[in-house]
Design a protein around this ligand. Structure first.
Ligand code: MN
Length: 197
């Protein structure tokens, strides 16, 4: 069964449509008005091997917070929808990802319970015009909507560009592992409760 989902969400602040194929090859189609986020969403898709199509617009005349946070929410909704009852998946995944001087760590548990721990040690100086504090808002929206525990930490590093990019790569690879099927328990929902919701 194909693990695909499409979610559209329109508010007075943003208008976002995301199409996701969890078992993809990293194909991306983005119509997204923030350059640095285009770079990050491309990276996420490539490292997670998720096919991703995103059309988004929003009230950037206010600032970038609404659009970036809402993108995380809609992407998280797509993961929840595409994973369904989560039968047969590994459920947990992790990745240490080095990017030159930076070392990022991501750990995820698709538990049905939303929790984010985020420690990226960013300077909060914008990258070009990108408001880097919205990266935490993206992952908060994502973990809330997907219903998963996600720990994202920068263990060391200097460049904010590297720190954010390494986090997206680590998160993508941890998620990919957690979403992948476990051939030894394809018929089982990976919880002693018998359900993950
Ligand atoms: Mn880069």
């Amino acid at each position: 069964m194909a693990r695909i989902a499409e979610v559209s969400r329109t508010t007075k602040e943003t208008d976002i449509t995301v199409k996701l194929n969890i078992d993809g090859t990293g194909e991306v189609k983005l119509d997204y008005p923030i350059g640095f986020m285009v770079h990050m969403l491309n990276t996420f898709s490539r490292h997670g091997l998720f096919d991703l199509e995103i059309r988004a617009s929003g009230d950037l005349e206010v600032d970038q917070h609404h659009l970036v946070e809402d993108t995380g929410i809609v992407l998280g909704q797509c993961f929840a929808k595409a994973l369904g009852d989560k039968r047969g998946i590994r459920r947990a995944g992790s990745c240490l990802f080095p990017m030159d001087e930076t070392l990022a760590r991501a750990a995820v548990d698709i538990s049905g319970r939303a929790y984010l721990v985020f420690d990226a040690q960013l300077s909060c100086v914008p990258l070009d015009r990108f408001q880097t504090d919205t990266v935490e808002d993206f992952w908060q929206g994502f973990s809330n909507a997907a219903g998963l525990a996600l720990h994202l930490d920068i263990l060391r590093g200097r460049s904010d560009h590297h720190k954010i990019e390494a986090l997206f790569k680590a998160a993508a690879r941890a998620l990919r592992e957690a979403c992948e099927y476990d051939n030894r328990s394809l018929d089982l929902i990976p919880s002693t409760k018998g359900m993950i919701a």
